[in-house]
Design a binder for this molecule. Structure first.
Ligand SMILES: Nc1ncnc2c1ncn2[C@@H]1O[C@H](COP(=O)(O)OP(=O)(O)OP(=O)(O)O)[C@@H](O)[C@H]1O
Length: 354
């Protein structure tokens, strides 16, 4: 079923944490969409609010709180949905994989059992299993286990686990880091999600394994039509995988557009700085570039542009004013008061900016 409506539509989302230091505004008015079958990246430095955004989508923001805004997944408004509806969406709508596979994998159950259990959650997403399945005895009935076991083998093969039929009795500790990531991906895929939310799934892995897993995600996207929201701090991952990118900083969208547009014509000073910090953009003898200053702690109302204190173009307006979202080109926007001051990397758009 295809429609013109986005699969996921996030509007003016705000997620806060109440701490003894004050209210942390981790997500501050984020708006974006993900369409059916699309791969969208959210990129930004550590502490920009990427993970809290992802967790808010599947309503795992606790101990944070969504204070306003809308998360529309197909016809479900996730911010006001009851627990039963949220479980249904998590059962077969949005599945999430995390940086650390052990947040998902239970060390005391075989990997194959955990994949099968995830299939059961998908088939009856209306029961308590999603939240409880790691605590209840697994397989009270063996009926149907054989066909599910075969499907688990298929899924393990699909995510690139070699000789899956020989690993049916393996526990997570018998898997390498890369294999655990694949196992976690298989558990997520067992629910046949429309949207896979992947939060830095390859950060802890070496580059070869990282490339293999990204390649696998791309293949699954193409073969199954599954949309992907990829959370990463790495513009290289964005370049390799994503159709569109959202550059995030201080809980807000700084720049968004098709990946090629944003990477070849980066317009926000923050995007420029991120690109300049990529090791590929530094010659071997030079020290690596860094963005001076630190990510804000996001306590209280920041006001103005969150990047202002680190931006060489910043003016008074940036520190206190309402920051406009400017069309850089079609489908490519940046939230900045001073785009006209940033030297243009794409001569064709110079005229558009002035
Ligand atoms: N449980 C929590 N309590 C208080 N503040 C939190 C909590 N979780 C996250 N935050 C704050 O929310 C902000 C956004 O954090 P988040 O983890 O989303 O950033 P990130 O961009 O995903 O970074 P990383 O890549 O390091 O995970 C940070 O200022 C962080 O300190």
């Amino acid at each position: 079923m295809s429609s013109d409506k986005p699969l996921l539509e996030v509007e003016n989302l705000n997620t806060r944490f109440n701490t003894i230091e004050g209210s942390v505004h981790a997500v501050n008015g984020m708006s974006f969409t993900v369409n059916d079958g699309e791969i969208v990246g959210i990129v930004g430095e550590s502490g920009s609010g990427k993970s809290v955004t992802a967790l808010s989508l599947v309503r795992l923001e606790d101990p944070g709180e969504i204070t306003s805004g809308s998360i529309r997944f197909r016809d479900t408004e996730m911010t006001t949905a009851n627990d039963r509806t949220i479980r249904q969406v998590r059962g077969d709508g949005m599945a999430m994989v995390f940086q650390d596979p052990m947040t998902t994998l239970n060390p005391v159950y075989k990997v194959s059992e955990q994949i099968v259990e995830s299939m059961k959650v998908h088939q009856s997403s209306d029961n308590q299993r999603l939240l409880d399945y790691l605590k209840i005895p697994i397989f009270s009935s063996r009926k149907g286990w054989k066909s599910m076991e075969e499907r688990a083998v298929d899924l393990m093969a699909q995510v690139g686990i070699p000789h899956p039929e020989q690993r049916l009795d393996a526990y997570p500790h018998e898997f390498s880091g890369g294999m655990r990531q694949r196992a976690m991906l298989a558990i997520a895929l067992a629910r046949e999600p429309d949207l896979l939310i992947a939060d830095e799934p390859t950060t802890a892995l070496d580059v070869t394994i990282q490339a293999q897993i990204l390649d696998r995600i791309r293949t699954l996207n193409e073969e199954l039509g599954m949309a992907v929201l990829m959370i990463t701090h790495d513009l290289g991952v964005v370049a390799e995988l994503c159709d569109r990118v959202i550059v995030m900083y201080g809980g807000e969208v700084m720049e968004t557009g098709h990946t090629e547009q944003v990477l070849t014509n980066p317009s926000h000073p923050y995007t420029r700085s991120l690109l300049e910090c990529m090791p590929q953009n530094t010659s071997r003898k030079e020290p690596l570039n860094v963005i001076e200053g630190q990510v804000p702690d996001m306590i209280g109302d920041v006001g103005g542009c969150p990047f202002a204190s680190r931006c060489s173009y910043a003016s008074e307006e940036c520190r206190n004013g309402q920051i406009p979202s400017i069309d850089v080109e079609e489908d490519h926007d940046a939230t900045c008061c001073h785009l006209h001051k940033v030297p243009d990397s794409n001569p064709e758009t110079v005229g558009d900016r002035q």
